[in-house]
Design a binder for this molecule. Structure first.
Ligand code: ADP
Ligand code: MG
Length: 660
C-alpha cells in the first residue's frame, strides 16, 4: 500500500507525512490518535471542579477581548450555559480573536482552572462533531481533517490482512484487525474503543515479544567470547567504598556470565542511588583485562560525560564519543576506536551510527536502558561479534511484568542501598510558601549545601503554563542575591553544559536551575536539596528519578514539590511520592495509574513503529501476549513461522526463524 495511491494524498502531503515517520498507507493506519475527546459526556459549568478535563456546551456572551500578561498575548471569550458563565482563554494564539462572535454556540474542552472564576485555558473547540473524536499529533500544514479523511480513504480502498490466527479471537478475547483499526480512528462507543485498544496493544506486545524472543534463541545458539576473570580484589581495593552484598552478588553473576562462551545478556535492576555504576565498571574492567573493547552507552550527553570523567581514573585511555563534539575531536575518537587504541568507549546514541567501527568489541553496557529501544540495543551489538551485553535500569518495575517485558534478559537485582543513606524527606510546598522556601535554601547554600531546582520548560511556551528556566533563573537570583546560581538545559552547547555541571559539582554555584536533563544518572553526592517547580507537570517515574539525585551521601536530604494547582491525578502522584521512597512500590502505583507507560522504552527512543498502544498495555494484555509468544516460538508450524516473520518485519530485526 503506497501513500501516493491514497485518495486525497499528493506529493506535498506525502512530504509532511514523512516528517511524522509515516512512509506507507499501513504506517498511516497505525498512526493512532494521541487522545480522544468525548463529546458525549457534557458537564455543566456550575459543576466544574478544579483540574478536571471537561467538555461544556456554551454560547458566546460578548465579543472576544485581548490583553497582555507577562509578555503573553491572551484572547478571552466569555461564554455561558444554562447553569453559569465561564471564560475561555488562549495564550499566544492571536488568530483566535476573529473566530468567535456573540451568540455563537459550540462545544469547548479543556482543563478547568478555578483560581479566578471558571477558566478553560487553550480549550479545543468543536462546532460540528458529536460523539468521541480522535485527536492526532499533527504538524503545521497537516490538519486533523486531512489525517482523518486519508485514513477513511485507506479503509475504503484496501483490504486489511489480519495477521493473528482466527482462534485467538476467542482464546484471548480479541477484536478483528479491520474492526479494531476502524474503531480506533472512528470510535463509536467507549466500550468498543476499549476493545479495539486491547486488540491492537495485544498485537504490538505479541509481535514485540516474538521478535525479541526469536532473536534471543538465535543468540543462545551462537558462541561468544569466554572471558578470563581477573583478580576481583584488585578491582575492589581501588574503590573509595566497600561494595554492598547486593553489589557483590551481581558482580558474581556477571563473572559467571562473562566466563561462559554463551554471550551474557543480563539486566541489572536497582533503584536510583543503589550503586549500579560500579557494577558496570567491573564488567568493563574484566573486558579490558582481556584486551577486549567495552562500550558504555548513556541516554544523555551529560551522563556520558559524567561516566567518562569517573572512569578516566581507572582507564586513562578511555574515549568519549557524543553527537555535539567537534568534527576533529570526533574523527580522532573514531580512529582510536577503530585502531583499538582504547579498551573503553563511552558515549550516547551517536555511537550507533554506521561510521563508528570497533577494533574488537567484546562488551556492550547500556545505562538507563529503558531510555533505549530494542532496535538500538540490537544495533550496537552488531558492531562486535556476539559481544556480551549488560543493561542497567533504574526504573524498577513490578517483577512479574519485568519478567514478561524483558523476557530476553537474565535479571539481577540490587535490592539494598549503600550503608548510611537516609531516606529523602519529601514535602509539598503550596504557592504561598514559595518565597520562604527559597530563603531557607539560600541559608543552606551559605552553609555549604547544594540544591537542584528543576522546572518543566526552557522558555515560556505557547499553550503551556509551567514555569520556565528563563523566568526562574532571574527570579531566584533576586531571591538569593548572595548566592551564585547556575543553570543547565539540553540545548546549551556541550562546553557550557559541562562547565555548568562542574561549577555545581565543585560548589562554585551551589544552586543549579535546570530542566529534566538531570533526570537520569547525574551523581553529585554533595547535593542535598531537590526543588521541583511545576511538579504537577511530571509523571511519577520522573519525580522519583529527580528525587534520586539527592540523598546520595550520609547527609540528610530534602525534596520540595511545588505546584499552583493540583489535578486529582497530580495530587495522587505527590501523595504517593511523599508516602514512600521505594522505587518498586512507586512503579507499581504508576502502573496502576497509567498502564505500562513507557516500560518498553520505545517512546523516548523514538522508534516510530511502536508509537501505538504498547504504552497503554494492561498487565493481563501483556500476560496474554506473552503466552501467545511462548506458543508461537515453541511449536513450529507454517502459521507460527509466518507470525515470527511478521514480528521481525515489524521490528526490522534480521528475519530469523528460530525455534528453541
Ligand atoms: P545508580 O544506581 O543510581 O546509578 P550510582 O552508581 O550513581 O547509583 O551510585 C550512587 C552513589 O553511591 C555514587 O556516588 C557512588 O559512588 C556511591 N556508592 C555506590 N556504591 C556504594 C557503596 N557500596 N558504599 C558507599 N557508596 C556507594
Ligand atoms: Mg546510574
Amino acid at each position: 500500500m503506497e501513500l501516493q495511491d491514497v485518495k486525497g494524498i499528493g506529493p506535498k502531503r506525502i512530504e509532511l507525512l514523512r516528517q511524522l515517520h509515516i512512509e506507507s498507507a499501513e504506517d498511516l493506519l497505525r498512526y493512532y490518535p494521541k487522545e480522544y475527546i468525548d463529546y458525549t459526556r457534557l458537564s455543566a459549568i456550575r459543576e466544574l471542579t478544579e483540574g478536571e478535563h471537561a467538555t461544556i456546551r456554551v454560547c458566546v456572551l460578548s465579543e472576544p477581548s485581548v490583553f497582555y500578561y507577562k509578555g503573553r498575548h491572551i484572547v478571552s471569550v466569555r461564554v455561558s450555559d444554562e447553569t453559569g458563565t465561564a471564560v475561555l482563554r488562549w495564550l499566544n494564539q492571536p488568530y483566535r480573536i476573529s473566530q468567535f462572535h456573540t451568540g455563537d454556540c459550540f462545544l469547548a474542552s479543556g482543563i478547568v482552572n478555578k483560581k479566578r472564576g471558571t477558566v478553560l485555558y487553550n480549550p479545543q473547540i468543536n462546532r460540528t462533531n458529536n460523539g468521541i473524536v480522535p485527536v492526532y499529533a499533527s504538524i503545521k500544514g497537516l490538519t486533523q481533517t486531512v489525517i482523518r479523511s486519508a485514513i477513511g480513504a485507506i479503509l475504503e480502498q484496501y483490504d486489511l490482512v489480519d495477521h493473528l490466527p482466527l482462534k485467538w479471537r476467542e482464546q484471548y478475547r480479541l477484536a478483528g484487525f479491520r474492526d479494531a483499526i476502524t474503531e480506533i480512528h472512528f470510535p463509536t462507543s467507549t466500550e468498543a474503543l476499549q476493545a479495539a485498544r486491547r486488540r491492537l496493544s495485544f498485537e504490538d506486545a505479541f509481535l514485540y515479544f516474538t521478535a525479541v524472543g526469536s532473536a534471543k534463541s538465535e543468540r543462545k545458539r551462537r558462541n561468544g567470547f569466554a572471558f578470563h576473570i581477573a583478580d576481583r580484589d584488585a578491582f575492589l581495593n581501588t574503590l573509595p567504598f566497600t561494595p554492598t552484598d547486593a553489589q557483590r552478588k551481581v558482580m558474581s553473576e556477571i563473572e559467571s556470565d562473562m566466563q561462559s562462551d554463551v554471550p551474557m545478556n543480563r539486566l541489572v535492576q536497582g533503584d536510583v542511588g543503589s550503586g549500579k555504576t560500579v557494577v558496570a565498571e567491573y564488567a568493563l574492567y574484566i573486558a579490558s583485562r582481556n584486551r577486549k573493547q567495552g562500550v558504555l552507552l548513556a541516554p544523555t550527553e551529560l551522563l556520558a560525560e559524567q561516566h567518562f570523567h569517573k572512569l578516566k581514573n581507572r582507564f586513562p585511555d578511555a574515549v568519549l564519543y557524543v553527537g555535539s563534539m567537534k568534527k576533529a575531536q570526533k574523527d580522532e575518537a573514531l580512529a582510536r576506536i577503530e585502531r583499538g587504541d582504547t579498551q573503553v568507549v563511552i558515549g550516547t546514541h551517536a555511537l550507533l551510527s554506521d561510521n563508528v567501527r570497533f577494533f574488537d568489541l567484546g562488551l556492550v553496557v547500556t545505562d538507563e536502558q529503558h531510555r533505549f529501544g530494542v532496535l538500538q540495543r540490537a544495533k550496537i551489538e552488531t558492531k562486535g561479534i556476539r559481544p556480551d551485553v549488560l543493561v542497567m535500569s533504574a526504573t524498577p518495575i513490578p517483577r512479574t511484568i519485568a519478567l514478561l517485558i524483558y523476557a530476553d534478559l537474565d535479571l539481577s537485582v540490587i535490592n539494598a542501598m549503600p550503608p548510611g543513606r537516609k531516606p529523602v524527606k519529601t514535602h509539598f510546598v503550596p504557592a504561598a510558601k514559595r518565597k520562604d522556601l527559597y530563603r531557607h535554601i539560600s541559608d543552606k547554600a551559605k552553609a555549604g549545601e547544594r540544591a537542584f531546582v528543576v522546572c518543566p520548560l526552557i522558555e515560556p511556551t505557547e499553550g503551556f503554563d509551567g514555569l520556565s528556566l528563563q523566568e526562574l533563573v532571574p527570579e531566584i537570583r533576586t531571591l538569593m542575591p548572595e548566592i551564585r546560581v547556575g543553570y543547565l538545559h539540553g540545548q546549551m552547547p556541550e562546553e557550557e553544559k559541562t562547565a555548568a555541571m562542574e561549577a555545581f559539582r565543585t560548589g562554585k554555584t551551589p544552586v543549579l536551575v535546570s530542566t529534566t536533563v538531570v533526570e537520569v544518572g547525574v551523581d553529585v553526592p554533595e547535593a542535598t536539596v531537590m526543588v521541583i517547580e511545576g511538579a504537577d507537570h511530571f509523571g511519577l517515574a520522573t519525580l522519583h528519578q529527580l528525587r534520586g539525585r539527592v540523598g546520595r551521601s550520609s547527609m540528610e536530604s530534602h525534596c520540595y514539590l511545588l505546584a499552583d494547582k493540583l489535578s486529582q491525578h497530580a495530587k495522587q502522584r505527590i501523595e504517593t511520592l511523599i508516602g514512600t521512597s521505594d522505587g518498586f512500590l512507586i512503579a507499581q502505583k504508576d502502573f496502576e495509574m497509567r498502564g505500562s507507560g513507557d516500560l518498553f522504552g520505545v517512546r523516548q527512543s523514538g522508534e516510530g513503529d511502536l508509537n501505538g498502544f504498547l504504552t497503554g498495555c494492561s498487565v493481563d494484555t501483556i500476560r496474554d501476549a506473552s503466552n501467545a509468544t511462548k506458543e508461537v516460538l515453541t511449536v513450529p508450524t507454517v502459521v507460527n513461522n509466518s507470525l515470527i516473520e511478521e514480528a521481525c518485519r515489524r521490528f526490522r530485526l534480521p528475519g530469523i526463524i528460530a525455534h528453541n
